[in-house]
Ligand binder design. Sequence first.
Ligand code: NI
Length: 184
Amino acid sequence: MILPIYIYGEPVLRKLAEEVDVENTDWKPLVADMFETMYHAGGVGLAGPQIGKAIRIFVIDSEPFKESIPDVQIYKGAFINPVITEEWGDDFVFCEGCLSLPHLNEDVVRKSNIHIEYYDENGEFHESDFSGYVARIIQHEYDHLEGRVFTDRLSPIKKMVIKRQLNDIASGKFRADYKTVRKK
Ligand code: NI
């Protein structure tokens, strides 16, 4: 089922998302809906708060990057109750976008490598290292669980420059090719 995507300005995007019960809940149906919603909207990642649920779940699939970055590592997966325990490596600049911030793209600097612990939708625990673009998608989605969006990471000057755009999005002046939620 395709779910509507919550847009910048919605309070749920600013909440600290809560851990979920991995053992006693079947998260497969929600994860399937999240993948379907993400693909429909043309994204490479989608986090719980973006579908109006302040819970610690996100899905990613780096495959669409292949068009512009031929050597990109392809990784698809769900991350439940994830914890990034370490970030290291070079500062890596990448132009990010977000389904909750339609048509806004800006360079964001993050570390190139991460170590993350998480459960998948089958309730299995994993501990993995990721780097490059896959790490980047995970870092972006992980921010959503912490109530952050990528524009929070821009310099004060850059924030000034995009202030009008952000205000427009928050006040409903945006276009998206997918169903959205922005109550004013
Ligand atoms: Ni996002």
